[in-house]
Design a binder for this molecule. Structure first.
Ligand code: TMP
Length: 217
């Protein structure tokens, strides 16, 4: 599937600073004349945002792992076909706050669901679309959780899980990054916000040059 645009994703545990870095990258790319689409998972469309509400509702303690996986897959199928593919067809740089790696980490490593099944479902839900580059913002669990507690007005269902679960998530991101070093870049999220931005920007600049993505303005 050849597309004109480019899909870049951000991953990492809660409190890792993804949102700030996505905003900074989006601003600098827009200023440089690129058409940018910022989106998130689960979410990004009205249907997928409704699914997000069900998925993250802190009252849904009884949610089963398989239910999680199918909700996420449904949200992604809608998101990819309604938002991501049309944006890529239009030559946009799509920046998604989480994507299919999160399913491998959260529903695979965290819940213990079969990784082959997850990869298969990811391919179906994502219409075979993989990110060109993924930035994983990594930091110690205790620091991430402290940031979340300070920032969020209400904790969501996954924020409220125990330390062990969050630690499994961190380790899983590091593991999948080591399996795909050409696509996934690990970033030290404890570093200064400006220096993280510069690092991401320079990798994205290289990528845009290599892929020949055109400026729109
Ligand atoms: P966030 O917007 O703070 O990143 O919250 C989204 C939550 O959803 C986060 O805890 C990770 C979780 N999630 C999954 O469990 N599986 C997935 O495939 C995705 C995209 C997110």
């Amino acid at each position: 599937m050849v597309k004109d645009g480019l899909l870049i994703t951000f991953e990492g545990m809660e409190g890792s600073g993804k949102t700030t870095q996505i905003q900074r990258l989006s601003a600098v790319l827009s200023q440089a004349g690129y058409a940018v689409c910022v989106t998130r998972e689960p979410g990004g469309t009205p249907i997928s945002e409704e699914i997000r509400g069900i998925f993250l509702n802190p009252n849904h303690n009884e949610m089963e792992s398989t239910t999680e996986l199918l909700l996420i897959a449904a949200a992604r199928a809608q998101h990819v076909s309604e938002v991501i593919l049309p944006a890529l067809d239009g030559g946009k740089i799509v920046i998604s706050d989480r994507y299919s790696d999160a399913t491998v980490v959260y529903q695979g490593y965290r819940c213990g669901l079969d990784l082959n099944l997850i990869h298969k479902l990811n391919r179906i839900a994502a219409h075979g679309l993989s990110p060109e580059r993924t930035f994983v913002l990594d930091l110690p669990v205790e620091i991430g959780l402290k940031r979340v507690q300070q920032r969020r007005s209400a904790m969501n269902r996954l924020d409220l899980e125990d330390f062990e679960s969050h630690n499994r998530i961190r380790e899983a991101y590091l593991a999948i990054a080591s399996q795909e070093p050409d696509r996934i870049t690990i970033i030290d999220a404890e570093a200064n916000v400006d220096s993280i931005h510069e690092l991401i920007k320079s990798e994205v600049d290289d990528l845009l040059r290599t892929k020949g993505v055109e400026r729109k303005l």
